[in-house]
Design a protein around this ligand. Structure first.
Ligand code: SAM
Length: 202
């Protein structure tokens, strides 16, 4: 990481940055929050070389694995940050600056007393909506039934967003299977996807 960080890493230091300019030439940017071991990041970066992917996770081994994979695959369209993705969004990314935000299998916090820690809650979704460009998307997935219902409710409550499906989305075949999805599927869990877009300005 020390060797590759100057090229691929972005410090969460509160400096405002236009994410497009992290790439040369500038690219539209999708943020993946909680990228884990980075399976979705690398597969989608390979599939869409004209889109920049900005991956953030608090988990050092996951970010290190992703950095190593990007180097091995020669991926020029990935940047990474190590730390709190909500802080990154709140303090560093300007309004209307992201083409999309993905959060695949965010921590489910299944116990009732833990649920206030869940990522997909009203204040964070309002922040997501503000940082998306008009027409930009939010794509989330979870294998926890109660969390899927919460995601649907919270995303539907945000006035700036519109559901692209009537309820849950069919699983897009272009979304790679991640480590946590595999764990959920092995336990017999049902996986739910949700895809919302930010209303274009009229
Ligand atoms: C259940 S794992 C899912 C990882 C991966 N998306 C997958 O599907 O395999 C949730 C991930 O979110 C990360 N995470 C949780 N809260 C975070 C935050 N505020 N900012 C960045 N990453 C976060 C965790 O470190 C963990 O890697």
């Amino acid at each position: 990481m020390a060797r590759t960080w100057p090229r691929i890493g972005v410090d969460i230091d509160g400096q405002v940055v236009d994410p497009a300019t992290l790439f040369d030439p500038p690219l539209p940017v999708v943020l993946e929050l909680g990228s884990g071991m980075g399976e979705a990041v690398t597969a989608m970066a390979i599939a869409e070389p004209d889109v920049g992917i900005f991956a953030v996770d608090v988990h050092t081994p996951g970010i290190a694995t992703l950095v190593r994979t990007c180097e091995r695959e020669g991926l020029a369209n990935v940047r990474v940050a190590l730390g709190d993705g909500v802080e990154l969004l709140r303090t560093m990314l300007p309004p209307d600056s992201l083409r999309g935000i993905r959060a695949y299998f965010p921590d489910p916090w299944p116990k009732a007393r833990q649920q206030k820690r869940r990522l997909i809650r009203h204040d964070v979704v309002a922040l997501f909506a503000d940082r998306l460009e008009p027409g930009g998307f939010i794509h989330v997935a979870t294998d926890w039934v109660g969390y899927a219902d919460q995601m649907l409710e919270v995303l539907s409550d945000e006035p700036a967003l519109r559901n692209t499906y009537d309820g849950f989305a069919p699983r897009p075949e272009w979304r790679p299977v991640t480590k946590y999805e595999q764990i959920g599927l092995a336990k017999g869990h049902t996986v739910r996807d949700l895809i919302f877009t930010k209303e274009p300005r009229g």
